[in-house]
Design a protein around this ligand. Structure first.
Ligand code: GAP
Length: 451
């Protein structure tokens, strides 16, 4: 029987072997909580980011009652004035409870002891072996600290941003003044964030360096509940539209004291990974908490004059905040397929928009004039779609490689091509093959991929 742990192990092995994900600085033994994307992983992640940017920013969904709103992007610095993080509450309160073990010298998240194996006795969880000697929990601030400039003292302390959101809030007025946006509107940003997680875990799921895609959607306070529901549903649907099976995806409303102090309501989009249901994205009604915090700290006026309502107010904010690396891991997990009856049992069933390579072109053998037909075909296809050319190895092995990369279609040029101008098209999902005229490959891909 295949267990969930086996599945995760197979996914991790495939990702390493096929160049989706590597441990960071592996040749030096790696570093916990940091990861690198290889050639296939880089294309996959890029496609996910491009899908998000297109669907949310360039061509945003239409709001309730047919309201068409504006969405603009920013790309802010990772290191900001430390006052940003004082105002946002991160300096004072962005911490997890931590315990030390005096016996093994390990440090652990106090609220995850039940899920953390003891390093000295992995069959038991931390705290459950006779040898464990745990200290009282204390707060550990998750922000990475650094110094700016040549002087390294209290006055030059700065932080690597733990979220991209604050860059948006502190630029709210700049965007208002320069882009002629009117409420309701959104500002989007994607980029790196850093958190010095006490126990990074579950492959790339909880990392110390990761990317986020975040939207801060500004609206009138009286409309915040409506926009909250709108964004919660839009973001849930986005994942299903890109192929995350709906039974594995869940939208869960936060209740009671689970709500962050700044949020009026919040829901998580969760995915059922082999290691359990876990958060991909949070959608929160952050009220006017952040803008007011920055008004207080900076002394600058960040209110908005609504010329339709003839009213000045501090907008409320709805924030869909997702982790890009978690999305990558969810799309990889969902795509992973195993069918013993196939010559190539492992294949990655990526949605066409996300597949790192959309098509491959193979001459059956690298002689008999076949490369002369295949190479121009490849050159034509790659103008429009990510395409690979591979003239070597047995055809079965080449199909297997493309199946593991998740390439939807392979075109093979064989002896018959020279006679009647047709090529074989092989479908990744059912390994079926048909013949089409070689001049129709681009059109065929456009049609089948819907891109
Ligand atoms: N601005 C709000 C905010 O940052 P969050 O729930 O702390 O909220 C948002 O983070 C998203 O960022 C999470 O839903 C998750 O997808 C991603 N994320 C947070 N911590 C992460 C980590 N250590 N590794 C990978 N992704 C993480």
């Amino acid at each position: 029987m295949t267990t969930q742990a086996d599945t995760m192990e197979k996914i991790v092995a495939l990702c390493r072997r096929r160049g989706f994900i590597f441990g960071s600085s592996e040749i030096y033994g790696g570093i916990g909580g940091f990861w690198d994307y290889g050639p296939l992983g880089t294309e996959l992640k890029r496609n996910i980011k491009e899908a998000w940017w297109f669907d949310m920013v360039r061509n945003p969904p239409v709001g309730p009652g047919g309201v068409e709103f504006q969405m603009v992007g920013v790309d802010c610095s990772i290191i900001m004035n430390p006052k940003v993080w004082e105002a946002s509450g991160h300096v004072g309160g962005f911490s997890d409870p931590m315990v030390d073990c005096r016996h093994c010298k390990g440090r652990f998240r106090a609220d995850q002891l039940d899920e953390t194996p003891c390093p000295m006795k992995p069959s038991k969880m931390v705290g459950q072996s006779d040898k464990c000697e745990l200290t009282e929990p204390r707060a550990f601030n998750l922000m990475f600290q650094t110094y700016v400039g040549a002087l390294q003292d209290e006055t030059s302390i700065a932080y690597l941003r733990p979220e991209t959101a604050q860059g948006i809030f502190v630029n709210f007025k700049n965007v208002l003044d320069t882009s002629r946006v009117k409420l309701p509107f959104g500002i989007a940003q994607m980029g790196k964030s850093f958190r010095n997680e006490i126990n990074p875990r579950n492959y790339t799921f909880r990392s110390r360096e990761f990317e986020q895609y975040e939207i801060e959607f500004f609206c009138h306070p009286s409309e915040a509940d409506m926009w909250y529901e709108f964004w919660r549903d839009v973001r849930h649907r986005w994942y299903t539209d890109l192929g995350l099976e709906s039974e594995k995806l869940r939208l869960r409303e936060h209740v009671g004291d689970e709500l962050a102090h700044y949020a009026k309501s919040c829901a998580d989009v969760e995915y059922d990974f082999p290691f359990g249901l876990s958060e991909l994205e949070g959608i929160a009604n952050r009220t006017d908490f952040d803008l007011k915090a920055h008004i207080d700290k900076s002394g600058k006026d960040l209110s908005y004059f609504d010329d339709q309502r003839k009213e000045r107010y501090v907008p409320y904010v709805i924030e869909p905040s997702g982790g890009i690396d978690r999305s990558v891991l969810a799309f990889i997990t969902e795509a992973y397929s195993f069918d013993e009856s196939r010559a190539s049992p492992q294949f990655m069933k990526f949605h066409p928009r996300l597949a790192p390579i959309k098509a491959a072109v193979f001459p059956l053998v690298a002689k008999d004039g076949m490369p002369d037909i295949a190479e121009p075909m490849y050159r034509e296809i790659k103008k429009r779609f990510a395409c690979q050319y591979d003239p070597k190895q047995s055809i079965g092995k080449r199909y297997a490689r493309m199946d593991e990369a998740g390439t939807p279609f392979c075109f093979t040029i064989d002896g018959q091509t020279k006679e009647d101008g047709t090529v074989t098209v092989r479908d990744r999902d059912d390994a079926s093959q048909i013949r089409i005229d070689k001049s129709r490959c681009v059109e065929y891909l456009q049609d089948k991929l819907g891109l």
